[in-house]
Design a protein around this ligand. Sequence first.
Ligand code: ADQ
Length: 813
Amino acid sequence: MWMPLTASLIRPLTFSMMSFMSWVRSFRSFGHTPSRGYARLRAGVNGLPHLPSRRFAWLNVGYMRHSLRFVAALVAGLALLAWGASVLVTRTTRAWFERDMVLRAQLAVSGGREALVSHWEPGHEAELRKVLVGMTRDERVLGVAACGADLQLRVSTIDYPPSLVCSSLALGVRPRSDAPGAAWTTWASVFSLPGGRVHVTATPLLEGDQPLGFVVLVHDLTFVERREETTRRFLALAFAFLAIVASVFTLVAARLSWRGWSNELRRLIQGGSPPPEFRPFLRDVRDLVERLAAEREAEGLGGLWTPQRLKNTLTRHLHGERVVIVANREPYVHERTESGEVALLHPASGLVTALEPVMRACSGVWVAHGSGSADREASDEKGRLPVPPGEGSYVLRRLWLSPEEEKGYYYGFANEGLWPLCHIAHTRPIFRSEDWRQYQAVNHKFAEAVGEEVGSEDPIVLVQDYHFALLPRMLRERLPRATVITFWHIPWPNSEQFGICPWREELLAGLLGSSILGFHTQFHCNNFVDSVDRFLEARIDREQHAVVHRGHSTLVRPYPISIEWPSGWLGSVPSVPECRASVFAELGLAPGARLGVGVDRLDYTKGIEERLLAVERLLERTPELRGRFTFAQLAAPSRTIIPQYRQLDENVSRIAARINERFSSGRYRPVVLLRAHHEPPTVFRYYRAADVCYVSSLHDGMNLVAKEFIAARDDEQGVLILSHFTGAARELTEALSVNPYDLEEASAALASALLMPGDEQRDRMRAMRTLVAEFNVYRWAGRMLVDAARLRRKERLSGRLSRLLPPVPGAPE
Ligand code: ADQ
């Protein structure tokens, strides 16, 4: 695998590694979203043609910088050492000198003792001075004095400093005034005099036991200081020399080993075999090369991901393999209206919003439950029809479910069990064994339908969402060589919460039939892996982000979903001023009024009650907005046969009515509840008309309404208020982020949004538009398909290898 890597691949690789490292550094230091960091990494990879022409030129710059850093550290260390050594040497030599001076003084006094004693008596001053002068023959002795037992100066030489008086020196020599001669001791000290520092020794002069007085010898200390200075200078020079020699030797040695290392690397690039110490490093490099090469190839010429680019990726990596999507919701619903006509509807579903453009780009088959009242009439006897109508980019295969199946599988197990289990919205999950039976049966039914639609033994099947947790394993058993990519569109709870599901092991095992299992965030991946760890016998490979269960490996990765860019619906809506005018006319708003919007399925996870309560709080605390601010809530009825959803519908209506009762005046109503399914052009018209869009989910895997609002605002105006508890909040950091439960915070955010200057709105909107444009749904699908392609290549290679290897005796066939 390694051998065919050419120099031209390694050079970009090394540069990419640098980009990667700088990305990691900047990512760490700014604590930014991975997506931004990733964009910067990509920018580094795309900039490859501008590589410096000299091989490893950047390494030399880096090498120099490292060398300088090393030399600076070495010199600083040695300087510190030199300073410490000089302090130590100075102290030691000074102590030696002082001890030496005391000995010399004692020697001088004991040598001249006889002469001193014989001339000590008064009247012999001239002779005594001569003796003292004799003692000053040593040039370092500045002066000598003889002090009597009465502590008065007897005689001194001419240079003896007058400030050194006998009575004060006696304090050191004679411990007490009545001390006997035996108690008198030699005493020494250093004094600072105007002429410099001197060393003074006072030595007692005794006759028998009788003290006659003491002799004071004053030594000049300047010569000691001169010697100390010389020693210090010598030490500094010696250490400087050492620093230079050590630096040169180390740098030369490092240079030689670096050259050896890079020669070895070069040899490897040219096809040599790696020495053992290189192998772990090479494994990492090879992984990185493969990943970057796949990414670069997938990205083609760079720039935005488009349908064409996704198509190219599919052709290049998966040889145009037919993609089969399995989702409960169909992208087009045929409904018979009250007037008897058949209407074509686009369902209110984040999954459909994201996947439909992908399917248009990839072709293939979308297998879904045919839920529309006129669906059967619109499809052939197998439930197939080409879509989008008039375009026919792919095939929709509808599956018919009986009312019992729909009740048990969809409303029961999926929406009364798994949906509340996975969302922290304080609604209890309900698990009924009859629902579970239907869930198993319907998953089975879909597995059979997929079997009919795939065109080969190793198809690519994209399984969507919590309705099909068992399907991946069923497909694996039916089509062992299939690549099954499962995407879980809602959060995955922590293992403790997940553990309350009576069929937790079956669900986990079912999902682990996938080749790749995707979630919106790393956090949800971690929760899933923790659940596996807790409830299944499986091996978790944290390095590869994979789970190996019953001998099959599943990659568990985050793929944050997005929307198509630019949005196809923008073509069917008028300009922003026209949208605003038409929406204002529909709602009966005055021209200067301010408008907020919310767009959701009527679902308790979306925080619609909290949103309306925040509007109420806003009007309470900001009376000047009464009569001027209107909040329009587009709410598509959803899962209405489930009691909690009916209850939510009632609550929302009640809260809206109360707010309207409190703050209405004349024709003004602060809350407009548009409880209906609206076709995308209407939804986009509202997005474009609004001053603010408030997404207040209590828990949401991603939330595509937030991204749609951004896509709709090509005028770069409008403010997005986004709940912390959405996956989108991790990417859209320029939105006003709120805790929807905190009504004070949420109402304050609404007030700030309405006051936000146009420039700031533009800056925030522009940043978010750049991000959504880059991280659009084609990129989301492209990344999963490229990962799938890599997996298929690996499996094919290992399959080929196992066919080539001789069978192991005794091993099972
Ligand atoms: P949903 O829960 O459906 O998706 P979301 O991602 O917000 O939530 O998508 C809702 C879609 O429905 C949007 O395209 C929106 O325009 C549309 N819609 C909402 N109200 C409507 C109305 N009244 N009329 C018409 N259309 C309406 C699930 C997860 C999300 C995840 C998506 C995609 O719950 O967390 O973002 O899947 O993975």
